[in-house]
Design a protein around this ligand. Sequence first.
Ligand code: NIG
Ligand code: FE
Length: 402
Amino acid sequence: MTSTVVTGIGELVTNDATLSVDSPLGLMVDAAVVVTDGTVSWVGPGSQAPAADQRIDLGGRSVVPGFVDSHSHLVFGGDRSVEFAARMAGQEYTGGGIATTVAATRAAGDEELLAHLRALIAEMRAQGTTTVEVKSGYGLNVEDEVRSLRIARQVTTETTFLGAHVVPPEFHDRREDYVRLVIGEMLTACAPHARWADVFCEPASAHAFDGDEARLILTAAATAGLELRVHGNQLSAGPGVQLAVELGAASVDHCTHLTEQDVAALAAAGSSLHLGADGTPAGRGTVATLLPGVEFSTRSPYPDARRLLAAGAVLALATDCNPGSCFSSSMPLMIALAVREMRLTPAEALWAATAGGALALRRTDIGRLTVGARADLTVIDAPSYLHLAYRPGVPLAKALTF
Ligand code: NIG
Ligand code: FE
């Protein structure tokens, strides 16, 4: 048994809502945390910190729960910076560029894909992310989808089968055949390597899947034992949100274009999610995961986060890091965008990037720094977590895990 006491924490965010009446962040000043074998075993005032085998003094810096990036696409080859430049010159994002990445990913070797994935994970850790979900979706044939998931499994247990990302070019004039492949041979081969299944449900894109196709795929995936998440309502209002809520998906991601009914569905789905007294997430509702880096990088209108919060929806924030719609691995940037562009308070944004992400992954061991949680600490080189939004683009956050 090894124990470490982390002292000199100027401000600690625990996400234990019982510690303060006016904030879900459970803030403590001049705090200490004791970690025993990778788990938080004590949290309290620095002056009362017990002795431990090792001591780390943070000299007044702030500590927050490690960021939970619940949505990313990190297994890919190639580069689409030219597509980005064209978009900044006025071209629209339709998802059509995904085919470019599919071709590059199929052509890449395993070692190359894994090395690139590891580099992106290191980039994330260096910015305070301690848990990341990784999707397949750039293989789009049985062999390359399985390969993508096997590679993703080497860095995270939160792997997602996204064979239904888009219809690959070789199936363009026979999309029903592709759906049949996804729910048949591909699902059978991929399910052992994935915890989750996801569908890009977007009738406004010729490349993605409509409501009927998405329902078929998600239902088959659930029958195969996978839990569900959905890309919904990114490019236009569509059936994604309603379907995700109806099928009990853990999260519906993007939520950029919402109708009144969508907001009501997310509010109802949010009300069955709650945090226990110690900040432990519970319930099996659906989280609305917002990905403001996508709106930033595609120059699109941001989701109406205030409307969702006012209605009672539960929000998570994630990067969606991918080579097309948002090639940023930075959770601090997402927090800054959420505050500046979507009018979340810094506290709401930080909560969504930690506890919200944990709910979106149905995890109770992360997203909080309370006794029993995983000791995933993120150190902010500043006196307060407020600096995450106050100092956009400045590398203040770093993961400290045990
Ligand atoms: O979440 N919308 C679908 N999939 C990704 C983008 C993938 C890409 O453009 O390569 C997203 O935005
Ligand atoms: Fe995505």
